[in-house]
Every structure is written in C-alpha cells, then in structure tokens.
Write a protein that binds this ligand. Structure first.
Ligand SMILES: [Zn+2]
Length: 288
C-alpha cells in the first residue's frame, strides 16, 4: 500500500528533487511583478491564510514566483504558515491590463505550548532520522505538482460528523527547543472512523511513514494537495481517482502520535494553509 504515482507530472517534480532535499519549496522562476503603485489596494492576511481577489473577466493571476488561472471567478493567493511578516505584490490580468495589490502578512496569532518532556521521547535514532528524510523526499516533490484543477471551494470536511478542527499553527517547545509549527488541523476521531476525500482528485501517494503513519495524499490540481495522516487503514492506491466524499481509509493512531486522531492538512502551491479556511464560504476570505 505504498508507492509514488509514476507519471509525467511527477517526473518533472522529481527532477527538481536533488535541489530541494533540504528545502520546502523548489526553486521557481521569478515572475517580474510591477511594484504596487501607491494607490494599489493592500490586504491583510494571517500566515497560513488565503487571499481571495474576485472580479469579472480575470484571465491570469500571479505573484513573484508563478502565474495561474483564476478559480470560480477569483484569484487565490495562499500564504504559507511560516511566511513571516512581509509585504509582497500580487497581480491579476483582466481586460488587457495588469492590476496589482499588496499582501501584508500579519504576525502569527497562534499559541506556543511549552512542554517539559523526557528527552528520550523526543530524540530519534540515526536510523529513524534517515528513514524520515527518505520519506520526506517522497513527499516534497508533491508540493510542486501543477495538474489541471478539479476543485471548487468550499471543500468538504474529511469526517462525516466533523468535530472542531484544532491546533492549526500551534508551535511546541520541547524542553525549550522549538519544533516546527503544526501545519494542519487535528480532529478527534475514534480508531476506525471513515476518512473522506475533501474533494475529487488523484491519489498521488499512499504510504506508511514514521511520523505521519499511514497517510494518503490527494492532488486536486492547480497545486492544491490534501493530506490525511495517522490512519489505521488505507483503502486507496496511488494512481487512483477519487470523488469528493469518497472513503480513503479509516482514522487511527499510526505514526508518531499521543492518541487516535485524524491529522488533516493542505499544501496550496507549496503553502501550508489553514484547512478551516478552505472548508468555509470563500467569500469570508480577505480580499484587497
Ligand atoms: Zn496534527
């Protein structure tokens, strides 16, 4: 129940791998963006947030790294959880003109939790470290997939009776040492609860990894990837198409967890964004 999808899209992504083993984002071509003029609108967004810029007749959206097509009449600009405070230009093309806006990333409002723990429980052996690095190299290229989009917001929750989704962006300090921020949300779920595809797409990885346990990665196109972790059972295979709401497996407590739950996350054009935002009415997203 493991293996990468062999395919044209991934082949290109894998070619980038050598240079991305240590980074989260592959080197991407620079897109010249005109500096936002003084009267360009400014929109505030949290790290892990998504800016939505709707309008009639948009033909292209872009930032400093890429250009892409609008989705349901709007440009979407996902901002990574670790972006840090910043001000950067984005643009869209319509009616033969390029319009710019400035995105201002606010300080992270997420909680930091300090824990004193037995150091033996947080230290991993060299062998495990190597295994985790190998597994990371299976996952990172998926963030560069840019297949044809097959999604529409809002997406569907990954559990039928979804309890509140918790912990997006929280950071833990173990004995004073910061761990990476929590890039998804956790749902309390008994072992054996059906886990559902948030949207139609292509399963690009189904694997049993050291930290994530049994996990499924679904590509929805246009750089949107959904991830489901710590499953007790996987019911799909890489290369399989799934529909919105289709069962991917059962929730569990595999991998490195303290108890049964579903970890649910997204990458959107490489950025870790708050899943709650993609499950809510897109009109509530900040707009310039
Ligand atoms: Zn989690």
């Amino acid at each position: 129940m493991s293996g990468l999808l062999p395919g044209f899209a991934l082949a290109g992504a894998l070619a980038l791998l050598a240079s991305t083993a240590s980074g989260e984002r592959p080197p991407i071509p620079h897109v010249p963006v005109p500096a936002a003029d003084a009267d360009a609108p400014v929109v505030d967004v949290l790290p892990g947030g998504v800016v939505r810029w709707p309008g009639e007749g948009i033909v292209l959206c872009g930032d400093e790294h890429e250009t892409w097509k609008p989705r349901d009449g709007a440009c979407y600009y996902p901002v990574d959880l670790d972006r840090g405070e910043a001000l950067f230009p984005v643009f869209r093309d319509r009616a033969g003109a390029r319009e710019t806006a400035s995105v201002r990333v606010l300080p992270p409002p997420y909680a930091t939790e300090s824990l004193r723990v037995d150091p033996r429980t947080v230290r991993v052996s060299e062998r495990v470290r190597r295994r985790a690095a190998r597994e990371r190299r299976q996952v990172v290229p998926l963030f560069s997939l840019r297949t044809n989009p097959s999604f529409s917001l809002p997406l569907a929750p990954p559990l039928a009776d979804a309890p509140p989704a918790r912990n997006f962006g929280t950071r833990r300090l173990f004995n004073g040492e910061p761990r990476s921020a929590h890039g998804g949300v956790d749902y309390r779920a008994k072992v054996g609860t059906p886990v559902l595809a948030t949207e139609g797409g292509l399963v690009v990885l189904a694997a049993n990894h050291f930290f994530a346990g049994k996990s499924v990665f679904v590509d929805h196109g246009a750089g949107l990837l959904s991830m489901y972790m710590h499953l007790s059972r996987i019911d799909v295979k890489a290369g399989q198409r799934v529909a919105r709401g289709e069962r991917l497996g059962l929730s569990g407590a595999t991998g490195r967890v303290t108890g049964p739950h579903l970890h649910f996350g997204f990458r959107w054009r490489g950025a870790r964004v708050d899943p709650n935002l993609l499950l809510a009415d897109p009109a509530t997203l900040p707009s310039p």
